[in-house]
Design a protein around this ligand. Structure first.
Ligand code: GUN
Ligand code: ZN
Length: 484
């Protein structure tokens, strides 16, 4: 059975989807905890009970293990691991990126993954280092693509094989890789070789690489961000259209005595409290946890609970259409995330076509909100309003006689006719007291309308406090205020 993916709901470029492989179907966004059979602080069965619908493990480890190889082949992975959800296997590529060499071939690893009953198989792609120059990135990409073609031709169109997207730090290579992977026929596309970026907080570069890959990958494909990671960046990645994550972070951080939260992490030794509702945190004091002989397991359980809960929160945010609010919240947890968030907002015109048309609400959270896709879309559409000869824009909300058209004003969107008062985004947006950023953005909406109706004459009544800014932003427009 091939891998199929169906998009059910959208927000920004993020989606809720249904991913099916063979007899298993899971919902996305999805987190696949990484299982290492040799050191596993939490069992796959326990993970299932915590809400993990899938896991990922490394086929290379099984194939090289005297303890597990034969059992995996005879019992199958699901029985061996005691997990009846979706199991994805990785090839030796991660080892390849760390150790430089692996003793396994492309078809050999794929046939092994098939033989142990994995639900999603990964070919032996080459994760190009972010330091690689263009020529190396292009050469390695060519090898990866050749191996993907080999996988398709040998195993057939139905085989549940993933098509990793490589290309190093080069946007055109990433885009081309995404396009070719789609053309070869892969509907499940991991974006690879981003672990070094995430490990060193290079989130802006992550945004560049993911957006480039997404530009090439068909929108109907399921996108996996290989090796991500920390729950604080899940929302940002989902906003760009990533559907699946795999994370060893829960266990790696635990081994390092680190405690995850959705907005960052702490060293457990610096915690006086355990600010989390999971059973571990409610059942221990910070001191008790720190001194427990079971610390690594307990921290792993907590870290995993936090990561899975963040995925649930993201799905709910998509359903409600409030993903931007969640991204905004999470990206304030680290300056490099904030920077990446601003870089993503700067690409609002690229994201706008993917966004849905109505949402439950729009909460203004500061100047970043001015650049949201909803504002872009509103200001693209505001020019469709036809205005009469004399137009009043009543920023102060007061109707006056003597005008052919009366519009009101809601920053950061701009002017609106009374008929739109109850519709999204005007009716569902909540803003605090005006600030300069939202006013400037709203004036841009007025300018769009003025350009679309060059024969109309515009008079704007502005609150006195904002008069100077409105005059500056709307040259050629009569700006007045009623002094009280
Ligand atoms: N795990 C993390 N990054 C990668 C990657 O680029 N390719 C594969 N196969 N596994 C990974
Ligand atoms: Zn907890």
């Amino acid at each position: 059975m091939p891998i199929t993916f169906e998009v059910l709901e959208k927000d920004i470029a993020g989606r809720i989807g249904r991913l099916s492989t063979g007899k298993r179907t899971v919902r996305t966004p999805l987190l696949l905890p990484v299982i290492n059979p040799h050191l596993q602080p939490v069992s796959p069965a326990e993970m299932k009970a915590m809400g993990a619908d899938g896991i990922i493990t490394n086929a290379y480890i099984f194939s090289r293990s005297s303890e597990y190889r034969d059992r995996a082949l005879s019992e199958g992975l699901h029985d061996l691991l005691g997990f009846d959800g979706l199991i994805m296997t990785d090839s030796g590529s991660f080892q390849l990126s760390v150790y430089g060499e692996v003793e396994i071939g492309n078809l050999e690893t794929l046939e092994f993954q098939q033989a142990i009953g994995s639900d999603i198989w990964v070919p032996l792609d080459i994760p190009t280092s972010p330091d690689a120059g263009r020529q190396q990135a292009a050469e390695e990409l060519a090898v990866t693509l050749a191996r993907l073609r080999e996988a398709r031709e040998t195993l057939g169109p139905e085989a549940p094989v993933a098509g990793p997207v490589q290309g190093g730090m080069f946007e055109d290579l990433r885009e081309q890789a995404g396009r070719e992977v789609g053309e070869i026929g892969f509907s499940f596309c991991p974006i690879g070789a981003v672990v070094p970026l995430m490990e060193s907080y290079r989130y802006s570069e992550l945004v560049r690489v993911v957006m480039a890959a997404k530009n090439g990958i068909p929108p109907s494909s399921c996108v996996h961000l290989f090796g991500a990671g920390h729950p604080s960046m899940f929302a940002l990645a989902v906003a760009m259209g990533c559907d699946v994550f795999d994370s060893a972070a829960y266990a790696l951080y635990a081994k390092d005595r680190r405690y995850l939260t959705p907005s960052g992490s702490y060293r457990v030794d610096e915690l006086a409290e355990l600010p989390c509702p999971c059973p571990v945190c409610r059942g221990h004091t910070a001191t008790g946890l720190r001194e427990s002989p079971d610390l690594v397991r307990l921290l792993s359980l907590h870290n995993l609970a936090v990561s899975l809960a963040e995925i649930s929160r993201i799905r709910q945010a998509i359903t409600d259409g409030v993903l931007w609010e969640l991204v905004d919240e999470r990206c304030r947890g680290h300056p490099q995330l904030l920077r990446a968030y601003r870089d993503l907002l700067a690409r609002n015109r690229e994201l706008e076509p993917f966004d849905r048309s109505t949402k439950r609400r729009f909460f203004y959270r500061g100047s970043e909100s001015c650049l949201r896709t909803e504002v872009v879309r509103y200001q693209q559409q505001v020019g469709r309003i036809a205005t009469g000869h004399e137009v009043l824009v009543a920023m102060d909300g007061v109707k006056r006689t003597g005008f052919d058209t009366t519009l009101f004003f809601k920053p950061p969107f701009g002017p609106f006719p009374p008929e739109l008062r109850e519709t999204f985004p005007i009716g569902q947006s909540e803003i605090p007291d005006w600030d300069e950023d939202m006013l400037v953005q709203g004036c841009a909406g007025i300018r769009v309308l003025m350009e679309a109706n060059p024969r109309s004459r515009y008079t704007v009544f502005a609150p006195e406090r904002w008069l100077a800014i409105v005059e500056r932003e709307l040259p050629g427009c009569e700006v007045r205020c009623d002094r009280v």
